[in-house]
Design a protein around this ligand. Structure first.
Ligand SMILES: C[S@@+](CC[C@H](N)C(=O)[O-])C[C@H]1O[C@@H](n2cnc3c(N)ncnc32)[C@H](O)[C@@H]1O
Length: 311
């Protein structure tokens, strides 16, 4: 999986949830919004669910890996950071503690209230560096203006039907030379969680039929079974916001270049909502090293794109 290359995923489709049967080629033009699959797959549109998730091992791994990657690429503090869909403010608080000025633009008032509660325990000097603005990310240019040193959008593109309008706005919000940071699902690898959890029917459904054209030809005696020809098809078509190559392509077309991409949760994604153990630092270290290199980052649950605006 190479986020910077063009996607050629074009065949069967999963819609909203794991389908009861393997998707067929005739599903190919259906609209795909999201793939939801099994334990550890709450959609996190509910504030209480999401706040609880951020305290699990999986939540902690995600947030700490995101921070660690950003630290490698952000300009030094104090700089002005904008967190679109910043949720309950985990990254805002983290970077405010590090001396940055962070504005969160978040449409859900319950999430904003949770962010306010999180900030309440922080020192006054940290609190003063965080601003919370209620609104949709796609309206952010009007809400918070442009020229940001870095713009974050983590775990949000899976909630919009089309990623391009939001991703284009992120680039517009960011000053030339600034950083755009996006976390999305790794659509081509979504079967891994189900497989590692032993949910075999779900796994097969998520994998789809890897070579429907070849199988059809073999069934009619028209072709050699197993032949890998030009009509060999990839496993499934993923929603546009879950396709890392598509996300990277939109950001690039909008006037950025990729600086790096990381995988998030290679080893821990299938663990459900277990709390962190005493070895949490070692887990995060292992995930960090894996997430920065092939082949591990290519099978991680999430992909973290870091781009620089060039124009
Ligand atoms: C899974 S949470 C992620 C929160 C935070 N970015 C993080 O990484 O912890 C998804 C967030 O996206 C927000 N969201 C959904 N649609 C949005 C939109 N169109 N613009 C901005 N935020 C949006 C939700 O309200 C929610 O707070």
């Amino acid at each position: 999986m190479q986020p910077s290359s063009a996607s050629n995923l074009s065949t069967p489709v999963l819609e909203h949830s794991v389908p009861p049967s393997r998707p067929s080629a005739s599903d190919g033009e259906a609209r795909v919004l999201a793939v939801v699959d099994g334990p550890g797959a709450a959609d996190y549109t509910d504030t209480a669910d999401y706040v609880a998730h951020t305290a699990t091992l999986r939540g902690i791994v995600r947030q700490r890996l995101v921070t660690r990657a950003l630290v490698e690429h952000l300009p030094p503090a104090p700089a002005r950071l904008l967190d679109i869909g910043g949720g309950n403010g985990v990254q805002a608080l983290e970077f405010a503690r590090r001396g940055y000025h962070v504005t969160v633009c978040e449409p859900d008032p319950h999430m904003l209230a949770a962010a306010r509660r999180g900030l309440a325990n922080a020192p006054e000097s940290v609190r003063r560096r965080v601003e919370l603005v209620e609104g949709d990310g796609r309206d952010a240019v009007h809400l918070v203006g442009t020229g940001w040193d870095a713009t974050f959008c983590h775990g949000v593109i899976m909630f919009v039907p089309e990623p391009a309008p939001l991703l284009n706005v992120l680039v517009e919000l960011t000053r030339p030379g600034g950083i755009v940071s996006v976390v999305g699902k790794n659509g081509p690898a979504l079967a891994l969680r189900a497989g590692l959890q032993g949910r075999w029917q779900d796994t097969t459904a998520l994998l789809g039929d890897p070579w429907p054209a070849v199988t059809a030809r073999a069934a009619t005696g028209a072709g050699a079974a197993g032949a890998a020809g030009p009509d060999r098809q990839p496993a499934m078509r993923v929603p546009p916001g879950d396709d890392p190559a598509n996300v990277a392509g939109i950001l690039t077309a909008a006037g950025t270049r990729s600086l790096a991409w990381y995988g998030i949760r290679t080893f821990t994604d299938h663990l459900g909502d277990v709390p962190p153990g005493p070895d949490v630092d070692a887990v995060v270290d292992a995930e960090w090293v894996a997430g920065a290199q092939d082949p591990y980052r290519g099978i991680a649950r999430l992909v973290h794109h870091i781009h620089r605006r060039i124009g």
